[in-house]
Write a protein that binds this ligand. Sequence first.
Ligand code: ATR
Length: 287
Amino acid sequence: MDKYLVLGNPIAHSKSPQIHARFAELTGQQMAYDKCLVASDGFNAMLAQLLKNGVRGCNVTVPFKFEAFDAAHSASARAQLAEAANTLVFDEETIYADNTDGAGLVADIEINAGRKLAGLDILLLGAGGAAAGVLGPLISASPRRLVVANRTLSKAQALVARHRQHESLQQALQKIEFSAQTLESLNHNRQDPLHSRFDVLINATASSLSGASIPVPASVLKPGALAYDLMYGPATQAFMDWARDNGAEPRDGLGMLVEQAAVAFELWRGQRPPAAQVLAEMRAALS
Ligand code: ATR
């Protein structure tokens, strides 16, 4: 039977085995999917072992997404843009890297939350690994305006510059107002409501994880905006409450988790699983 794994540290909390087992069941695919705790200095040795054992592919989570990208022989454009991979495909001795996080986010927003991103104004908070993982697919979704705001401006500027230069995005970028700002500056342009309000706010900072306060003023939200936190679980509660209290539609990253898994599953198995159904089942089990 074809074998897949998710590699990370920590890994006990991972829902990926449950998601992929359900995808396999619903699509009639014969496959095994397990989780594997990898020592912090043991990623490359683990990959070599998996190749030797005939494993077909793996998902990769914190902290190994950068090492996974570096270890691959070839990579998708979106993995190159993220400089990180969450999905590896093994073929004999070669490794292909992809990053399905951004496609998962866009699918969750457009399909499950029912908001087409084309023509909208998007504010992406953060410029670390999580933001880098979703920015390319957000550009490809053709918003009208896309602002990357970060506490440290130089990191947002570097991320924007890297994406501006990438060949795969040239056409999409022609029609998008694409810029970097400081989080701080979002506090100051309230006098210019047309330019400081967004249809979609995406929190890709680690603020929810660290229990820090919401990193932007509510004035960035257009009435009825979608306020999305890439995290899920109890840590996102403060962000969800803040969004709801300020007239936005809150959404956590559970849908992105399921949708990024669906893109990986399709890459491995050539069949698109019913992600919306699995997401609904997971939400029902959590409530
Ligand atoms: P991840 O892989 O989760 O993105 P990361 O690469 O360490 O982790 O990036 C963390 C991001 O969260 C960064 O954009 C960071 O801002 P800085 O670049 O200025 O450090 C942001 N961040 C972390 N804590 C934050 C807070 N309390 N308020 C605002 N931004 C925060």
